[in-house]
Ligand binder design. Sequence first.
Ligand SMILES: *[C@@H]1O[C@H](CO)[C@@H](O)[C@H](O)[C@H]1NC(C)=O
Length: 230
Amino acid sequence: MAAAKFSINTTSSFFLVLCLSVILVFTLSCFSSDPDPLQDFCVADLKSTTIVNGFPCKPVSQVTSNDFSYSGLMNETTIVNPFGAGVSSGDVTNFPGLNTLGISTSRVDLVPGGFIPLHVHPRASELIFINKGEVLFGFISTTNVLYSKVLKVGEQFIFPRGLVHFAANVGPGKAVLISAYNSQLPGIALLPLNLFASNPTIPNEILAKNFQVDANVIAIIKSKFGNLIN
Ligand SMILES: *[C@@H]1O[C@H](CO)[C@@H](O)[C@H](O)[C@H]1NC(C)=O
């Protein structure tokens, strides 16, 4: 009798959990990218001072085909940083036709040995296509599992939204990556700069406690970023 009662309770709890999971997945999928557009297009009026969630639309009478094309990823960017990485961004701030469409792009050039520091995109998942070279990709889940792989030309990798990730050129030559994001403005927080080159700076004692080292170790690390402070 007791056993039968137990099994009924287990079955109904199972369905309750299933229903809640389905609701959760639907709810999450509603927030998985930028909001849906309410018109065919809304070419960003980047000069507008009106603050909205995105940019206001340029009057349709002023929209031309040029608003829907972008040449900013054609050429390699000049690489001037210690990471050996050049990034050209094709987000809404330089490709206004993307406004409200929940999509954007970027190009990364890596010298041999170059890398993109650990970072997150708060508003987008990132789908990478390897256009040239041989690149090590990795992201770390919230349960601290590293998912990592070396990929070659023509292959792709996905970085799930908001997770810490990196890319490193492990081939003998230059590498070129093209990325797509499900946000018009994915945003980027580079962790080394966030942590050690913020303005104002995070107190050394706080960082020392976080990394379980002496405050002078933190001071040494911060000094490496002296010329990169925003
Ligand atoms: C790319 O480089 C070519 C050759 O130097 C140049 O003619 C072209 O204007 C450049 N394109 C862009 C978008 O900078």
